[in-house]
Design a protein around this ligand. Structure first.
Ligand code: BG6
Length: 459
């Protein structure tokens, strides 16, 4: 189908990664351990020790990104590379690595978009209780100060905490869970919100020209039927899944539906005097969010063709269920580009701040064919539809700054290793065999290159 979608002139066509999933060099140049370094990987996957070895391939990988035509690259900084124990002494070599990366990106006019925290907590802090321990708010603020001092002269776009909502709702899969019950989980959430607000306040004080944003994972939620009860369940799930984080992160308020839900379960976090003022003072300049799929909710459980292990449910509140209207990825994820258009409109309508899609993509079982090429047409189809949806949302009036699909290059999935790949660039290794770690641009690499060249307007 002919597509002639021009995007805004300065639209940031990018791609994303996170430190622990791509860098490797887990114990090199003074890096401290993070929670991810000591996780036992699920069977038949791999650990995070070598991953894509970006740490040692940085210059060549950035060169490939430049060849792809990227206008931006969203990466995360490993806290334990900068401050090995999470608190205290700064590691100059760690600071230098990201400094060099930023310089390399700027050499090719690629805008760095820096995530301050993406699932990899310094192990020393984790052993003191991690996000459960209120002192982490100060630790995060001090870490933010080091980042702003070191990179603030070159980095305009900052993201605070990646997918805080996934850490709260799926901590078991991400190595961030607390097992002490609902109140403890939401206490962690409260500390993350405070840490984020402190970072936003500091960013505005230290770097008046920079822009900072939260980066939750947002889904489009549908009711499972036309029953009012299911619509109520969808509304409940939307509040618990999406709005809690943005209401607090953007407006500094506690989402009322979630407040009532936690109160009923005796799980409200302890909120100290002055905390709500801190949340109110921490204002983002834009909203970043990751979008992969939509979700469907019913008030009573219903069987469906697709049932995922990670479906969430709360009796008398909502049950997440499958939805037969969508195609499903090889890993059971509902593919819903129209849901992205709806989500962009919903967020913009609610908060009226510029938006940025900081992750979007599909995990596939890519392989190299006999000609040495990787034909990932399904990924191209996925992206084409999502780019179309973003264009339509812009036509609907949404202010959209950029798009950073997941991921720039193959990396280790959060819990499914290398058998589930997301990159535009293939990394020649498997879960069990490091092989030669060669980089092979996939078919989607050349498709995205053309898309960027035409600023979104291609066939
Ligand atoms: C997002 C995360 O949830 O989705 C990434 O920010 C993650 O870290 C990506 O890799 C894809 O999820 P998964 O579980 O397939 O790796």
């Amino acid at each position: 189908k002919q597509q002639s979608n021009e995007f805004p002139k300065d639209f940031l066509w990018g791609a994303s990664t996170s430190a622990y999933q791509v860098e490797g060099a887990w114990n090199e140049d003074g890096k401290g351990k993070s929670t991810q370094d000591v996780l036992t990987p699920p069977p038949h996957t791999t650990d995070f020790k070598v991953t894509s070895d970006f740490y040692h391939h940085m210059k060549d990988d950035v060169k490939l990104m430049a060849e792809m035509g990227l206008k931006s690259y969203r990466f995360s900084v490993a806290w334990s590379r900068i401050i090995p124990a999470g608190r205290g002494k700064v590691n100059p070599k760690g600071v230098e690595f990201y400094s060099k990366l930023i310089d390399e990106l700027l050499k090719y006019d690629i805008e760095p978009i820096v995530t301050m925290f993406h699932f990899d907590l310094p192990l020393d802090l984790a052993q003191e209780g991690g996000w459960s321990n209120r002192s982490i708010v100060t630790d995060f603020k001090n870490y933010a100060k080091v980042l702003f001092e070191a990179y603030g002269d070159r980095v305009k776009y900052w993201l605070t905490i990646n997918e805080q909502n996934m850490m709260v709702l799926h901590g078991d899969l991400l190595g961030t869970a607390t097992t002490n019950g609902l109140k403890a989980t939401y206490q962690q959430n409260h500390h993350m919100l405070l840490a984020q607000a402190e970072a936003m306040i500091l960013c505005h004080q230290m770097l008046p020209h920079a822009k900072i944003a939260p980066a939750p994972n947002i889904v489009c939620v549908y009711p499972a039927s036309d029953k009012a009860e299911d619509n109520l369940a969808a509304s409940n799930w939307r509040s618990l899944r999406n709005w809690l984080y943005l209401d607090a992160g953007v407006k500094g308020t506690f989402n009322p539906v979630v407040y009532a839900y936690l109160k009923k379960r005796d799980a409200l976090p302890d909120i100290a005097d002055g905390d709500m003022e801190i949340l109110k003072a921490g204002r983002p300049d834009f909203i970043a969010f990751n979008y992969y799929n939509s979700s469907t909710a019913a008030l009573e459980p219903v069987a469906s063709k697709l049932m995922r292990d990670d479906f969430t449910a709360e009796k008398d509140f909502f049950y997440e269920v499958g939805n037969n209207n969508f195609d499903v990825s090889p890993f059971g994820v509902a593919i819903d580009p129209l849901g992205l258009r709806i989500t962009l409109r919903e967020i913009y309508d609610r908060y009226r701040l510029p938006l940025m899609v900081t992750e979007n993509g599909v995990g596939l079982k890519d392989t190299v064919d006999e000609n040495g090429e990787v034909d990932d047409q399904d990924r191209i189809d996925y992206y084409r539809q999502h780019v179309q949806a973003m264009h339509e949302a812009i036509e609907d009036g949404v202010e959209l700054l950029g798009y950073s699909p997941w991921s720039a290059l193959d990396l280790v999935s959060t819990h499914e290793g290398f058998r589930k790949r997301y990159g535009f660039i293939f990394i020649n290794r498997s879960d069990s065999d490091l092989k030669d770690l060669r980089r092979i641009p996939k078919k989607s690499f050349y498709w995205y290159q053309k898309l960027i060249k035409n600023n979104g307007g291609i066939t």
